[in-house]
Design a protein around this ligand. Structure first.
Ligand code: GAP
Length: 505
């Protein structure tokens, strides 16, 4: 755990040191859970968004894009259920005056029991070596079964309390589990209260209650309320999807773990409208498609897992999360939900406008059902960035820090480096930069010894370094160094573009 914590600290400091992510308003001591993306961060973030947009919109003829406004009519949030139910249960410790999410305290408690199970498994693995069968062990070992029973009981009580909105029951559960405040170490808790996560603001110069607007807590509602506009103007036929990337805002009570849980973040959401009765088939399709999208980035499959929801929201008939192994454990990265006709029906009811589709093949009108795929840009950033960051031992006994990002996501694709700052090498290197920069983000660097410059490019994830040396001026060839293998190849300048294009496809 200490190791994981140390590694996570390295992720945060590396992101800052190299211009990926800065705390927001830092010279004013920062703003909790709000971050700014620096010169390299914005490139990586844009590449993630472009990868998502291309695979969802460009590669699917029946998915189109949308960019709806952040401000929307306040009734939308009544219809969607956010005004009444987008709450987190919070609890304060009277001694430390610290505020916590009651559900997070309980989840953290469960995580500690899960750690005990992991320890038992690790011990057994050591004892049995190759012959260790985890599945058999966790279903038969008495200590593991006892821990699992505890977890199931806690989960059961927690679900009962949440279903019945029983906040006293939730407090009692925290007391019964003996959960203490990590700061004060006491069990001196207040009652549990519900806290709405939407940020409210006012519109216009005349201020009264009816002017209260909310900063959208998800981009999805902008898609639902534009369903008919897009369907009619784009002559879309069910099944079809609408995709959107945009900012969302949530007044998270416990905002922690860097860009994992932020108060201002970005989502990439897609609502797929289907015939009623076909939704579970489409749910399965999107569940698989979305995992493929993650795997295509080259991160091994063992870092992902599905978490199917047993307890479904009242409007959903199937739901799963794709979880990623973050430096602090497996956590939700993306949600895939079968939302029935809940959203369109609610907006029909609240707006008085019929939001239906006439299916000419069936010769009938219906309210389409919806499969939603919803993923955070920032969480994807954290996933790929933390997976890519590595400290590698080298043959000479030293180490290098390398950010082995998938090439398509790397902020710079190529760095062009004159071996020394004289003898016409900088001029030739500038020519190479000019030749490449129309196609890719290219960085020119002439400062410091070549080895240090390679290290700098490794640390920001640049897949290729192109070095111009004294021979280049005679043979018009350069040395291409590969980030991951550190191998070098001589390539003629005329063939350089084709060589890189082949590898950066
Ligand atoms: N429209 C459905 C929806 O918004 P969600 O599970 O609340 O569902 C979807 O959010 C995704 O948005 C999450 O899987 C996560 O990647 C991202 N997300 C949610 N809250 C976030 C936060 N506070 N900070 C960063 N990302 C967040």
């Amino acid at each position: 755990m200490a190791n994981q914590d140390d590694f996570f600290k390295k992720v945060v400091s590396h992101a800052k040191e190299y211009g990926f992510i800065f705390p927001s308003s830092e010279i004013y001591d920062g703003l909790a859970a709000v971050y700014d993306y620096g010169q390299l961060g914005v490139e990586l973030k844009n590449n993630i968004k472009q990868y998502w947009w291309k695979s969802m919109v460009q590669m699917h003829e029946n998915i189109v894009g949308l960019d709806s406004a952040i401000f929307m009519h306040p009734k939308i949030w009544k219809a969607s259920g956010h005004v009444d139910a987008f709450n987190d249960p919070l609890i304060d410790n009277k001694d430390s005056k610290k505020r916590y999410r009651a559900d997070v305290l309980i989840e953290d408690h469960i995580a500690k029991i899960e750690e005990k199970i992991e320890k038992e498994c690790a011990k057994a693995q050591k004892r049995f070596g190759e012959a260790f069968d985890r599945e058999q062990f966790v279903t038969t070992n008495a200590r593991v079964l006892e821990h699992q029973k505890q977890i199931d009981e806690i989960r059961g009580r927690y679900a009962e309390c949440m279903n019945a909105n029983d906040l006293d029951g939730l407090k009692q559960l925290i007391l019964d589990l003996g959960i203490v405040c990590p700061i004060s170490g006491t069990r001196n808790w207040t009652d549990v209260r519900q806290f709405n996560l939407m940020f409210a603001t006012k519109m216009g110069s005349v201020i009264d209650d009816s002017d209260t607007l909310y900063l959208r807590p998800e981009t999805a509602q902008g898609i639902f309320v534009n369903f008919l506009n897009v369907q009619k103007s784009g002559r879309m036929k069910v099944p079809f999807g609408i995709a959107q990337i945009g900012k969302a805002f949530r007044n998270e009570i416990v905002a922690r773990q860097f860009i994992f849980r932020m108060r201002e973040f970005e989502q990439m959401e897609m609502q797929f409208f289907v015939r009623p009765g076909t939704e579970l088939e489409w749910f399965r399709y999107w569940k698989e498609e979305r995992l493929k999208w993650h795997l295509a980035m080259g991160i091994p499959e063992e870092n992902y897992r599905y978490h199917d929801h047993e307890k479904l929201a009242h409007y959903a008939n199937a739901a799963t999360d794709i979880e990623f192994r973050f430096p602090f454990g497996f956590k939700e990265l993306e949600g895939i939900h079968s939302r029935t006709d809940f959203d369109l029906s609610r907006h029909s009811e609240f707006s008085g406008k019929k939001l239906q589709y006439f299916d000419s093949e069936l010769n009938e009108s219906y309210t389409p059902y919806v499969i939603e795929t919803s993923i955070g840009v920032d969480r994807t950033f954290l996933a790929v960035f933390s997976y890519a960051l590595k400290e590698e031992p080298l043959e000479d006994g030293s180490t290098r820090v390398v950010l082995s990002l998938p090439a398509r996501l790397a902020p710079y694709k190529v760095a062009v480096l004159p071996l020394v700052k004289k003898d016409g090498m900088p001029e030739k290197a500038r020519e190479v930069v000019d030749m490449l920069k129309e196609d890719w983000m290219v960085q020119y660097d002439e400062k410091d010894a070549i080895g240090r410059r390679y290290r700098r490019q490794d640390a920001i994830g640049t897949p290729y370094c192109v070095t111009v040396d004294s021979d280049t001026l005679n043979d018009n060839a350069v040395t291409v160094r590969h980030r991951d293998t550190m191998q070098q190849e001589r390539v003629s300048v005329e063939q350089l573009k084709g060589y890189l294009r082949e590898r950066l496809k």
